[in-house]
Design a protein around this ligand. Structure first.
Ligand code: ACO
Length: 401
């Protein structure tokens, strides 16, 4: 009776760090972030350079293998990614089990998890070559599955991949082509989509990546691990923020309404937050947001939407917030999600697909981390807890007479 039950079974000291604000869960060579300086490097290369001078497949190779590919390595990689773009025809039947009005993230999560059933026996996660093939399959099939989620939601037939197109171009084709009409990929929109994919490709130990690592640490099937990552990404505090940010900008609708929303964001009795603002790690401008803002201007110019009212609201909101003592003191800056919604909306993509596109882009980051974890030798993730429940008590004395 004298024993403090919280110490039972524990050996030595452990830290209590809810939300992992200051606890590293792993070592990694993939991505470096300096949140105070607003620096993001993939394998040592600055994100703005990669976004402007590379393409998504090249960045994917870099994340997976650690080096920029030679031309031959890139061509071989591209060919192998192209080879796996189709999904099993049975997958199309799986879609029909979902309600037509399901959220595309629910469908993406379910279908990606179901891929585990198609590649269950063929994957030995300890085998490097098997892990590599799983990575190719995921990278290749994600745009196909993502576009299928959209087509299913609007009641149109699925469009098969066209491998001669770029990764981003192929995705746009599968989204917008119909049996009645070919979709001619606009190079400015294709480039913008490619940049969105690069900017979302990896971001070290965010909630979804940590989830993938945690799930994978038990030796679980990679498709199932990625489905777990998709579930984690869906929340509005994480990947769901791009959908929420656009909704907020639409609600604000005009610059004269901004002060009212700023006031609400500062009010501690109001749960409202400026969506697309603030970050656990960045206490400076998110370097991805800068590229996203430039891309937003390029897309709106191309589509002749320069007077876009949402962009006007976003820029004014950013200006007011960055000069407000509350946001200055708390170091709250626009994050990657602040401008991405405007771009995607201008491209004709519905907001329910925004987080699906984020998941499609982040898949390569997830799988790179999953692979790195296996390379380094896995230790099952098993956080401790601080028990705050009852002390030991007698069940017998509680039995109903
Ligand atoms: N608007 C208003 N106030 C905010 C905001 C915001 N967007 N973000 C943080 N704050 C305030 C909090 O109220 C808190 O104030 P307090 O110290 O007086 O209590 C303080 O800033 C710190 O905020 P925390 O929530 O403790 O910071 P945390 O690091 O846990 O959260 C998060 C980061 C979740 C991203 C938060 O800034 C947020 O909710 N932002 C809006 C959602 C969003 O844009 N998410 C996308 C993140 S990027 C990504 O996932 C790709």
């Amino acid at each position: 009776d004298e024993i403090d039950i919280r110490t039972l079974g524990s050996k030595g000291l452990f830290t209590f760090d809810p939300g992992f604000t200051s606890t590293a869960s792993c070592e990694s060579k993939i991505t470096y972030i300096d949140g105070d300086e607003g620096i993001l490097l993939h394998r040592g290369f600055p994100i703005d350079q990669l976004a402007k001078e590379s393409n998504f497949l090249e960045v994917s190779y870099l994340l997976l293998y650690g080096e920029v590919p030679t031309q031959k390595q890139y061509d071989d990689f591209r060919k192998i990614v192209e080879r796996h773009t189709m999904v099993h025809e049975q997958i199309t039947r799986l879609f029909h089990g979902f309600r037509r009005d399901s959220h595309p993230m629910a469908v993406l999560c379910g279908v990606t998890g179901a891929l585990a059933a198609f590649y269950h026996d063929s994957i030995d996660v300890e085998n490097e070559r098997h892990r590599e093939i799983a990575a190719y399959r995921l990278l290749s099939k994600m745009p196909t599955v993502a576009a299928m989620c959209y087509k299913y939601s609007i009641g149109q037939p699925f469009v098969y991949p066209r491998n001669e197109l770029s990764y981003a171009g192929n995705f746009l084709h599968m989204m917008f082509a119909t049996p009645c009409e070919e979709y001619i990929v606009n190079p400015v929109l294709e480039r913008a989509m490619d940049r969105i994919l690069i900017l979302h490709a990896d971001h070290e130990q965010n909630a979804s990546t940590s989830t993938v690592r945690t799930a994978g640490s038990s030796g679980a099937n990679p498709f199932a691990c990625i489905a777990a990552g998709i579930a984690s990404l869906w929340g509005p505090a994480h990947g769901g923020a791009n959908e929420a940010a656009l909704k907020m900008l639409e609600e604000i609708s005009s610059v004269e309404h901004i002060p009212g929303f700023i006031k609400r964001a500062k009010d501690k009795n109001d749960s409202f937050r400026l969506m697309g603002f603030g970050h656990r790690v960045y206490k400076n401008y998110d370097p991805r947001a800068t590229v996203m803002r430039d891309t937003c201007h390029e897309v709106l110019k191309e589509l002749d939407l320069k007077d876009n009212n949402l962009l006007e609201v976003a820029m004014e909101l950013e200006h007011i917030a960055l000069n407000d003592p509350y946001f200055i003191e708390k170091k709250l800056y626009p994050n990657v999600d602040f401008y991405s919604g405007i771009i995607l909306k201008a491209m004709g993509i519905p907001s329910s697909m925004f987080t699906v596109i984020f998941a499609m882009a982040r898949t390569v980051g997830w799988i790179a981390h999953w692979n790195e974890m296996h390379q380094d030798g896995i230790k099952i993730a098993r956080p401790r807890q601080l028990y705050t429940g009852y002390d030991k008590r007698d069940f017998h004395s509680q039995l109903k007479k």
